[in-house]
Design a protein around this ligand. Structure first.
Ligand SMILES: Nc1ncnc2c1ncn2[C@@H]1O[C@H](COP(=O)(O)OP(=O)(O)O)[C@@H](O)[C@H]1O
Ligand SMILES: [Mg+2]
Length: 247
């Protein structure tokens, strides 16, 4: 069995009287999409926040590869290879698509970068940024300002910006939200290809997309993982049907 890229062990988190994460353990393996599904308020986004480092768990550990990252900052985790896209867009609207991705590449290169070339023409930023745009099928939009993009294209740029940081694992929180059927189908295709390079922990409400994409699923209800398995196992599980999928 291949080694997990990301491992959560016995995570707990409470907000006052509300236990939002109860003994959550799961892992993400190379080449897979692991979907985290569950009703609104189940604790999916707060779990992602704990993995990304925006929230500290009260107990438990998070490992990226073999490294314990539980106590590290958001920025430190990102540098170690934890990528995420945000539910609220963090793109610079007036700037071109390629420029947005170059900012990500630049952040990755960090303080070792020296600016003796104007950023727009710096091949060390342009070459990797173009490569990432190609992976997200956005080459033709490279010079378009983000403000002119469709909703679906923005989502692609957000994922491209996360990829610019060369993540070892990618966290996506409802990437299909607000996309029409066409946008959802296109992003689904892209993620299906992308997972071979970067394993993805995917939160998504669109169940067609989830069942098409996910190699494994974990179902979160009231902070606890109530079921775990492949698509068929999850679809048949009576507790899952009861708590989430319905009939
Ligand atoms: N900062 C916070 N303080 C208090 N309660 C919070 C906070 N963030 C989220 N919650 C609560 O935690 C629960 C889980 O929220 P969330 O993780 O956003 O659920 P999901 O993403 O599964 O819809 C919800 O009841 C939510 O109201
Ligand atoms: Mg959420």
């Amino acid at each position: 069995m291949s080694e997990a890229v990301l491992t959560l062990k016995g995570l707990y988190k409470r907000f006052g009287a509300l236990e939002v994460t109860r003994d959550v353990s799961l892992d993400l393996r190379p080449g897979e999409i692991h979907a985290l599904i569950g009703p609104n308020g189940a604790g999916k986004s707060t779990l992602i926040a704990q993995i990304a480092g925006a929230l500290s768990p009260d107990a438990g550990q998070i490992h990226l590869g073999k490294r314990d990252i539980t106590g590290l900052s958001v920025a430190h985790r990102a540098r170690l290879g934890l990528g995420r896209s945000f539910q609220v867009s963090s793109l610079a609207e007036p700037l071109s698509v390629i420029r947005n991705v170059m900012i990500g590449v630049q952040a990755m290169a960090g303080h070792s970068f020296h600016f003796w070339t104007p950023i727009d023409r710096d091949e060390r930023l342009l070459v990797p940024a173009r490569a990432v745009l190609g992976r997200m099928q956005l080459d033709h939009r490279a010079d378009t300002p983000v403000a002119e993009l469709s909703h679906g294209e923005r989502r692609q740029v957000e994922v491209a910006c996360a990829l610019a940081l060369e993540p070892k694992a990618l966290l996506l929180d409802e990437p299909m939200a607000g996309l029409g059927p066409e946008g959802t189908a296109h992003l689904t295709d892209l993620l299906e290809t992308l997972k071979r390079e970067v394993p993805i922990l995917l939160i998504e409400h669109d169940m067609d997309a989830v069942f098409r994409l996910a190699d494994r699923l974990s179902v979160l209800v009231a902070g606890s993982v109530i079921a775990h398995g492949d698509g068929d196992t999850i679809r048949r599980d009576p507790r899952v049907r009861d708590a989430y999928l319905g009939d």
